[in-house]
Write a protein that binds this ligand. Structure first.
Ligand code: TXA
Ligand code: MG
Length: 345
């Protein structure tokens, strides 16, 4: 374990090659580098190096049963990572790579056992971020990277979030500013027939459905940590320390129910769209605004959850987002953060 984490600033559009070279040297030597992608920050190691991959699991306190995503910079790297690609894979890659789409494919024998948690599949994506791609190219190998947060905490959308969770546990942090999308990539399994959406994310289900009309999505949330039915389906995930309560219903019913709930607790925080937040400005409580559209909500969600934790609130009240576009990813993250607690009002 490194005793301190070095932080280097880097331009998100035109990263300094000298900075990238330093980070690549750390990864080639078996170290860990946190870096920005267009979704959230990743905690990267050389994907071919099982010992370095093991360090990722330790740094995050991540269970060995939860496999990592392999990040590539160009399609030429794909055959070393995955095999037996279905015909639809090249169409999806052509359309969505680079971008916030992760494909689950049959893994190549070269993938370390611990990276894929012993499964015969591997998750793969090509990030749409100049820093991430320059780093992968400079390393000369794919980079295994989960989100750079402690397991079950909200994903990091800034370098400060990475340090909150992982200071001293990662060798180097490339600070490229806030991430553009703010929620993680969409994960699509192509080893299932029909193909299955495993995690809604930065690319909408509607956009994928336009290419893959038979895609299936059945949200599944596991309640218990030790009965994991599928990787990544743990309900308690993206969690603030505070208890999160979700409200579903019409504006006026939700506002009334929230006001009643607020009186029941001493330290309540609100996590609301701007127009909802305006209804509560008469109250002396912490309000985090999710902005006025789902893009802004995605950008702000994880930072807002962390801010509410910092403010020390015991309970967070929020609304269930609509089930379209980025709303589906927001809904998934909030449901997990709420551990399923939804009040129908
Ligand atoms: O946007 C993102 O995807 C970010 C950035 C850093 O790329 N990464 C990310 O990684 O969110 P992580 O590890 O936090 O989430 C990856 C999810 C996990 O829930 C894991 O269970 C799932 O992908 N996963 C990985 N390999 C899988 C596989 N072979 N089959 C099914 N799910 C898999
Ligand atoms: Mg994660």
């Amino acid at each position: 374990m490194p005793s301190s984490t070095r932080v280097l600033r880097v331009d998100a559009q035109q990263p300094d090659p000298a900075v990238i070279a330093q980070a690549a040297a750390v990864i080639r030597a078996g170290g860990l580098v946190a870096f920005p992608t267009e979704t959230v920050y990743g905690l990267g190691a050389n994907a071919w190096d099982a010992a370095a991959v093991a360090r990722i699991f330790r740094a995050k306190s991540r269970p060995a049963s939860d496999p990592l995503i392999v990040h590539i910079a160009e399609l030429a790297q794909l055959p070393a990572v995955a095999r037996d690609l279905p015909a639809v894979a090249s169409r999806l890659c052509g359309h969505f790579f680079p971008g916030a789409l992760t494909l689950v494919l049959r893994k190549s024998p070269r993938i370390p056992e611990n990276l894929s948690a012993g499964l015969d599949t591997v998750a793969l994506r090509m990030p749409d971020h100049a820093v991430a791609r320059a780093l992968i190219k400079a390393v000369g190998a794919p980079i295994a990277a989960p989100s750079a947060n402690t397991f079950s905490r909200p994903s990091p959308t800034s370098a400060a979030h990475v340090l909150e969770d992982l200071a001293g546990k990662v060798d180097l942090l490339l600070d490229g500013g806030a991430t553009r999308i703010g929620v993680e990539s969409t994960i699509l399994s192509l080893v299932d027939e029909p193909p299955r959406l495993l995690r809604p994310g930065g690319i909408s289900l509607e956009a994928i459905r336009a290419l893959l009309p038979n895609i299936q999505y059945a949200p599944q949330f596991a309640a218990e940590k030790d009965t994991v039915p599928a990787p990544g389906s743990l309900l308690k995930h993206y969690s603030p320390r505070a208890r999160l309560l979700l409200f579903r219903g019409d504006d006026s019913a939700v506002y009334t129910a929230m006001r009643a709930e607020i009186t029941r607790h001493s330290q309540v925080g609100l996590l609301l769209r701007q127009r909802d937040a305006e209804q509560f400005h008469d109250l002396d409580i912490q309000i985090e605004s999710l902005g006025s559209n789902s893009q802004q909500a995605a950008e702000r969600l994880f930072a807002a959850l962390r801010a509410l934790d910092k403010a020390g609130v015991a309970v967070i009240l929020a609304r269930t987002p609509e089930e379209r576009g980025l709303g589906l990813a927001l809904r998934d993250r909030l449901l997990r953060a709420a551990v399923g607690a939804v009040a129908e009002v």
